[in-house]
Write a protein that binds this ligand. Structure first.
Ligand code: PEP
Ligand code: MN
Length: 287
């Protein structure tokens, strides 16, 4: 007799729900990711200057974001591109947190850097290119900080859940999954946004699921509609790139929103978030 389709996720036993409504709530200060509130993380792709970061932090906070994003250690497609400010970037992020009350999410790229990044960040981001770096996952898990685990661009859902299992098995239950688009034959968008992955993970995994429409879209004008789709699919939150002057950004400017575009997106998402709230049980529970 054929097994259940859920058998394919058997390598990630602790990630799976053992009861339909079971859900991990990842707490970051006052913020409860997966706890019902829709949580938006926003900020520049890279931390560039104090002014750029402070201005962005203030504006995204005013628009309703709860978490400030910004890369200090940057994995870049080209080895000749800007690689991030490193420690100085972490210090600027901490300053922006102090000024605005936003929590901070930033990427850690190397196992050896995990303790340092954890000193400054509230959430450690594991980037797409690092999703299967098990030494990094172990080091990140051991910091005890909540972890935002982004799906690798050629990773299946099973692969992503397996990496989450690795974090859990190293004693860190506070993991947030992130769909950010995958590589397919289609090149119209930077990546193919896998809405189905959001739906499936909300149904089977106990961990919160957020979406990154920026890296999926690759173009600013496509970010708000993809964000709307993510909310309708049942995502618990978003991570979005915002920059004071996208045309001058040191990385990912073409997919970054201006402050005005971010304000509009947040305002237009509100009714969709209310709908999501009303249908939350259905979005998260296998029939
Ligand atoms: C980022 O968040 O800026 C980033 C590099 O994302 P990803 O790892 O999804 O490419
Ligand atoms: Mn980016």
């Amino acid at each position: 007799m054929a097994g259940s389709w859920k058998d394919q996720f058997a390598d990630a036993p602790d990630v799976l729900k053992s009861a339909p409504e079971q859900k991990t709530v990842v707490r970051v200060g006052e913020i409860a990711i997966g706890g019902g509130e829709f949580v938006t993380m926003a900020g520049p792709c890279s931390v560039e200057t104090e002014r750029q970061l402070m201005e962005t932090a203030e504006r995204v906070a005013a628009a309703g974001a709860r978490v400030l994003r910004g890369g200090a250690f940057k994995p870049r497609t080209s080895p000749y591109a800007f690689q991030g400010l490193g420690l100085e970037g972490l210090r600027l992020l901490a300053r922006a947190r102090a000024a605005t009350g936003l929590a901070v999410v930033t990427e850690v790229m190397a196992a050896a850097d995990a303790p340092l990044v954890a000193e400054y960040a509230d959430i450690l981001q594991i980037g797409s290119r690092s999703m299967e770096n098990y030494a990094l996952l172990e080091a990140a898990a051991h910091t005890g900080k909540p972890i935002l685990l982004k799906r690798g661009m050629v990773a299946t859902i099973v692969d992503l859940l397996r990496s989450a299992q690795c974090l859990l098995s190293h004693g860190n239950p506070n993991v947030v999954l992130c769909e950010r688009g995958i590589r397919t034959f289609d090149t119209a968008l930077r990546n193919t946004f896998d809405i189905g992955a959001i739906v499936v993970m909300q149904q089977i995994a106990r961990l919160p699921v957020i979406a990154d429409p920026s890296h999926a879209a690759g173009r600013g004008e496509l970010v708000p509609p993809l964000a709307r789709a993510a909310v309708a699919a049942g995502a618990d939150g978003l991570i979005v790139e915002v920059h004071p002057h996208p045309d001058q950004a040191w990385s990912d400017g073409e997919q970054s929103l201006t402050f005005a575009e971010f304000d509009t997106m947040m305002a237009e998402l509100a009714p969709w978030c209310a709908l999501r709230e009303r249908h939350r049980a259905a979005l998260e529970t296998v029939a």
